[in-house]
Design a protein around this ligand. Sequence first.
Ligand SMILES: Cc1cc2nc3c(=O)[nH]c(=O)nc-3n(C[C@H](O)[C@H](O)[C@H](O)COP(=O)(O)OP(=O)(O)OC[C@H]3O[C@@H](n4cnc5c(N)ncnc54)[C@H](O)[C@@H]3O)c2cc1C
Length: 575
Amino acid sequence: MSDGARTNVPAGDGGWDHEVDVVVVGSGAGGMTAAICAHDLGQSALVIEKSDQYGGTSAISGGGVWVPCNHLMAAAGAPDNYDDALAYLKAATRGMVSEERLRAYLDQAPQMLRYLERKTGLRYRTMPQYSDYYPHLPGSRSGYRTLDPLPFDARELGDEFAHQRPPQPGTLIAGRIAMTAAEAHTMLTKERGWTLLLARKMAAYWLDLRWRMKTARDRRLTLGAALVGALRKAMMDRGVALWLETALDSLLSDSRGVTGVVAIRRGAPVRIRARRGVILAAGGFEHNQAMRQRYLPAPTSAEWTVTPSENTGDAIRAGLNLGARADLMDHAWWAPTMFVGGREKRRALFIERALPGCVLVNRKGTRFVDEAAPYSDIVYAMYADNEKTGANLPAWLIFDAEFRRKYPMGPLLPGMVRPDKSLPPDWLGTVYFRADSIDELARRIEVDVEGLRGTIERMNQFAATGEDLEFGKGGNPFDRYYGDINVKPNPCLGPIAKAPFYAIRIDAGDIGTKGGLLTDEYARVLRDDGQPIAGLYAIGNSSAAVMGPSYPGAGSTLGPAMTFGYIAAHHLAGV
Ligand SMILES: Cc1cc2nc3c(=O)[nH]c(=O)nc-3n(C[C@H](O)[C@H](O)[C@H](O)COP(=O)(O)OP(=O)(O)OC[C@H]3O[C@@H](n4cnc5c(N)ncnc54)[C@H](O)[C@@H]3O)c2cc1C
């Protein structure tokens, strides 16, 4: 097959190189949660990981989980309501996900969270102001459902820390210093005390002298690094095995179901028997260009994703080879991304678009979306606009000298900290574009001059009145979360008036694909006829997302990956 699928190895009796109760394929947060839980339920578990580093996308992520009705909400005096959460999920998923799976998530996610807090070093806190992504839908909440991991000390991992996938520079202060989501919010939106906070973080990093002599990596793990660090420590405490550089090649089965896997371990095939089952947790197919072209809307490029390169859909293909059914293959956890060069190559723009004084346009120079909308919706809007106008993909984010001075934009730190003259010269014309007038900028990036001029005039009127009459930017709590609270009357709207003017090319990127093997409420992989394949489970981005085409709130991918890992472990242990 053009997408690189391999033929299934026939089932064999014996001849196993290794034997455990549960083989977990992939060491993201979902896979590790499943392995820890399986162990605690009396099963022997082995995690196999293709990369020479553990943690996958989960390790470079924000680490946030979206868990309605979680116990921390109640403790914070903001109790949730199950029926509201179900109504919200039903509205968001638009009938594309079975109610059983939605209920399984709502029932088990709070349990999973309590279990990890009780049994491991992972701790979360609620984010009171982080709104659900669709505040207009019934049952939404304007805060508390998203949880941010508390920092975790890398010393607890000992030498194993060297094998943890490092965070991307974009999630660190000055590319090195860790911050929690709450701290990032304070600094980005310039809440009171942000400069002191910044100074404290920098001092703590540089005064950590013993650790500094060892590594440039921050000992204080935050975001996805804290999540993955805490889970890895829990595996180590239990003696749950992790084999790095061991890639799933194919699934083995007999008439009763899946019996094990063939993996390639440091170049050599190894047959691993799974007495109770195999849990596929190997992420999505975002780095497989052939699969992207086959399933995702066009145009599409593996260059636009920001995830680690190992996620090439291996587990999804292995499941399809066994007759499994796939769903949602034309969807991704979309995010607008920009080229940044260097080791990082590309960065997702989660936040900057909400700040006042920028506008997102197509090649006609016209807007097509509320710039502060959830990242997933931005890319859906790019494809929809391209369908209509043929003038999108890429789109362009335009801002002025005042925005540039005050706010970050991808790798560009605010100009008051790092002015243009101190940026690498080769960034101009690749990472960002600049011109002394709007007309000249439009010509440089091949956007319609009149169109862009008119759009900016209208945006400037909206900034003055505080009301975006076209797309309602800043008109809901989600938009305003990353606005600048010092800007009035609308924290997301500001004039684009001061030369020079800037542009960033925006591509239809993603933070992972969300189509995969269709599963039931126990995370069992289903065949085309709707029957489960015995002994085969799929979670995270190897499975079709329980969130359907939607992104209900920050943490909607890790929350389900970990929850269905927890569910799968219980099911295969028979409890
Ligand atoms: C910058 C960024 C921020 C994000 N922030 C958040 C957030 O705050 N909250 C949230 O919910 N989501 C967030 N996401 C999305 C989230 O990180 C991913 O959707 C999630 O980590 C996917 O989990 P997973 O277990 O399916 O895949 P991964 O975490 O990618 O793990 C899959 C693992 O499987 C391994 N693998 C692949 N193929 C094989 C094979 N053949 N054999 C063995 N192993 C294999 C991979 O190497 C990888 O280690 C973010 C993503 C990014 C990029």
